[in-house]
Design a protein around this ligand. Sequence first.
Ligand SMILES: [Zn+2]
Ligand SMILES: [Zn+2]
Length: 133
Amino acid sequence: MCGTDLHIYHDTYKSYPPVSIGHEFSGIVVEAGEKVKHIRKGDRVTVLPSTAITCVICAYCTTGNYILCNDRRSLGSGIDGGFTKYVMAREDMIYKIPDHVTLEEAALTEPLACAVQAMEELTAIHAGDTVLY
Ligand SMILES: [Zn+2]
Ligand SMILES: [Zn+2]
């Protein structure tokens, strides 16, 4: 559960009821569409939930800044999310989990990515730096 889920519950974050909330999760693929190339039934996966829907034609989308697209909808607020038994996601939103990472650990991928991005963009600390002796 994320703070965003609480904001949706308290109606202080834009959502599209009655979508199921939840965007920080992992799971096991039970079915893959016929056009899916790299994901198979049984794969352990997590998702990048933020870009479930984008317009693909605006200035943000065409320059790779689709996270700023005005029409963007996230899985778990704009379309059905992870607080349910089954979730559907596009292949390009799905990431396989390495064998040494548990499903519980993988569910933290999205919030960890947010923290890493903030560190990279807002501090002089970068991946690989030593920050504590
Ligand atoms: Zn979150
Ligand atoms: Zn766009």
